[in-house]
Design a protein around this ligand. Structure first.
Ligand code: 5GP
Length: 191
């Protein structure tokens, strides 16, 4: 998506450790006009998928998922990073290794908000190694629901997450795919 690529080129900051900072328009301050265009694009790409629910993960996925949901006219559920292990069986849970914080989170979704009839579109801000998406797919499987697609804002194509998901036959639509980025001179090349 040209608009997003242009914005990443203009305002994205390439950091050491393969991290792209997009705090000025996506991860901290949020450009809602841009989010609307992203939401419309995901709707166009997944128009035939019969989406009944959007699933994302806190915190950075919530804004983009909420704006996108208006075009699908479905609820958004966000997986919560939980401190305490749930013992009463009222939640689906999994563990997700965080790329940016280098730690493992317990992640939960209440059983009330995902059911076997659901056709779920996962939306998230970044796809790197695929741990976040795999964790969300695990929760969807646990619910007996179906993952009908994955909508990503920025995929780092030089990391393996996108390739592994597509090899499994998962429909992944990334609005910008970075092929290469260089922290020393700040350059970014898109696929
Ligand atoms: P994965 O689980 O695919 O390895 O990483 C995806 C998650 O890590 C996303 O939810 C995102 O929050 C975070 N992440 C991964 N790479 C980056 C990055 O380059 N920049 C930022 N801001 N977040 C990232």
């Amino acid at each position: 998506m040209r608009l997003l690529e242009e914005r990443i080129r203009k305002d994205g900051l390439v950091k050491e450790g393969n991290v792209l900072k997009v705090d000025s328009f996506l991860n901290h301050q949020m450009d809602i006009a841009l989010f609307n265009e992203m939401g419309k694009e995901w709707k166009r790409l997944f128009a035939d998928a019969g989406v009944t629910k959007i699933l994302t993960i806190e915190a950075s996925g919530i804004g983009i998922a909420a704006v996108a949901a208006q075009y699908f006219d479905v609820p958004v559920v966000f997986a919560k990073k939980s401190q305490s292990i749930n013992l009463d069986g009222s939640v689906y849970s999994t563990k997700i290794q965080s790329f940016t914080h280098q730690r493992v989170y317990d992640v939960i979704v209440s059983r009330k908000y995902l059911s076997p009839e659901d056709r779920v579109l996962i939306i998230d801000d970044f796809l790197a190694n695929g741990n976040a998406i795999n964790g969300l797919m695990e929760i969807i499987r646990e619910a007996g629901a179906e993952t009908v697609g994955v909508g990503i804002a920025i995929e780092k194509g030089f990391q393996e997450g996108g390739k592994l998901l597509r090899e499994q036959g998962i429909r992944v639509e990334s609005l910008a795919i970075i092929e290469e980025m260089d922290a020393k001179n700040g350059t970014i090349r898109f696929r």
